[in-house]
Design a protein around this ligand. Structure first.
Ligand code: LLP
Length: 422
């Protein structure tokens, strides 16, 4: 997404220094073209192998409606984790089965609003079914199956299936879940899973698809269910480190399709629609976070103090996640070891412990933290009076502000000042 011309870093035709000057820091910057390209590449590749294939965007990764709109305009549905995310999808003009409601541990209120929204309801456990039925019989239902195995390049915290995960229906309960749904009069069915995130090895996708198929086919045969869709979740990874491989999308999609086609054909079952709901793959490498260097401390170690704190980008502090760091104007300079931190009073905010960065780095320099389009702004929060960043969307001919930087009055917005304060 970024280009370097004589060490100066550009996003599209805009230099990062000009963007910082105009919009301030810290600043999330996204490339509309890159998001669109990522989506089209995924869709076209998948449809080469499986025509009845569709994509949903898991909007939790970056929930700015202007970003989601790029994908929705290309035909994406939305995977929503909450009622508010359903509302975002509706704001984007979507409705009905273009919205997949994959919440977990939902309240009765969530279930009621979920069914009223007309979205596909994707239940995380069979225990939710009787509670859902209090509010009506959905037109179509699916269950999120935990096939008993998951994986993630981000580590155990982002492994969303297997015995240690909180998600999904135990394979032992799949039969009862669908048979209970049938007994309640539901006639249309899908099946879903989401066992992991940021996978770069196609074999992972083959393994989980085979596991799911093995669980569901005998049950659907026995219950005489003609399943309408199989949603194998997100998880398409992006390389964060220069040494990471790039996911072979052709191999991944052709392998998944082969497994589904072969197993449904062998069992004389009608081929379902195939869905995926990636997020990181669409937006992860289409966003960067720009920040300013405020302090260079040469102490026990060399520490670069920036205005990018753990409240602005939580991933390194939360998961020890790696993000590449560029220094504007100095990329070709000789390097030295530094740590990088933000301004929060927590030592987890010392979010990069050691990195070879240009020796010449100094106060006022702009740093670019790469691949922060997914789970960047979306996971940001206020802490220490450090507020949420602004967001800018760059397209061919413009750089548009798509979210204001938070201010002190935003910080107090929901505070109730009691009489004692007056
Ligand atoms: N579908 C469901 C039901 C999900 O929960 C998620 C993400 C996705 C799809 C999209 O997954 P993706 O394609 O991006 O792997 N905060 C972590 C990632 C957590 C993933 C949560 N679920 C991170 O920063 O790496």
């Amino acid at each position: 997404m970024i280009r370097t011309v004589k060490d100066k870093i550009f996003i599209g035709k805009y230099s990062v220094s000009a963007l910082c000057e105009k919009f301030g820091t810290p600043l999330y910057v996204y490339s509309a073209e890159k998001i669109r390209d990522n989506y089209i590449r995924a869709l076209k590749t998948a449809r080469k192998y499986y025509q009845d294939f569709d994509l949903f965007y898991a909007i939790k990764a970056c929930n700015n409606p202007n970003i989601a709109n790029i994908l929705v305009k290309e035909g994406a549905g939305i995977d929503a984790a909450s009622i508010n995310e359903i509302k975002l999808a509706k704001l984007l003009g979507l409705g009905g089965e273009k919205i997949m409601f994959s919440g977990n541990y939902l309240s009765d209120e969530d279930l009621k609003e979920g069914i009223e929204s007309g979205a596909i309801i994707n239940l995380d456990d069979k225990s939710l079914l009787p509670r859902l039925l209090k509010f009506g019989v959905p037109n179509i239902i699916s269950f999120r199956v935990n096939p008993g195995y998951g994986e993630s390049n981000v580590g155990e915290w982002v492994t969303n299936a297997g015995p240690k995960a909180k998600f999904g229906l135990n394979p032992k309960h799949v039969y009862d879940a669908y048979s209970d749904a049938q007994k309640a009069g539901i006639q249309r069915f899908g099946v879903h899973m989401m066992p992991g995130s940021c996978l770069l090895n196609p074999e992972y996708f083959f393994k989980i698809t085979k596991m799911l198929i093995k669980i569901i086919i005998p049950i659907f045969k026995e219950l005489n269910i003609e399943v309408e869709f199989v949603d194998i979740g997100g998880g398409l990874g992006i390389p964060y480190k220069k040494s990471d491989s790039v996911l072979d999308l052709d191999k991944t999609m052709s392998g998944i399709s082969d497994i589904i086609i072969k197993s449904f054909n062998e069992n004389k079952m009608k081929l379902p629609s195939l869905y995926m709901e990636p997020a990181r793959y669409f937006v992860g490498d289409a966003g960067v976070l720009l920040g300013k260097v405020h302090t260079i401390k040469r102490s026990y170690t060399n520490i670069i103090g920036t205005d990018i704190s753990m409240n602005t980008l939580a991933r390194p502090a939360m998961y020890d996640a790696y993000h590449h760091i560029y220094v504007d104007g100095k990329e070709s300079h000789p390097r030295e070891k530094f740590g990088v931190c933000g301004q929060i009073c927590e030592n987890t905010d010392y979010w990069c412990r050691e990195r070879e960065l240009p020796k010449t780095i100094e106060e006022g320099d702009v740093i670019v933290v790469a691949d922060t389009g997914a789970y960047g702004f979306g996971m940001s929060y206020q802490y220490n009076g450090r507020l949420k960043a602004a967001e800018v969307l760059v397209s061919k001919n413009e750089a548009k502000l798509i979210r204001h930087r938070e201010t002190f009055s935003d910080m107090l917005q929901n505070v109730v000042l009691t009489d004692e304060m007056k």
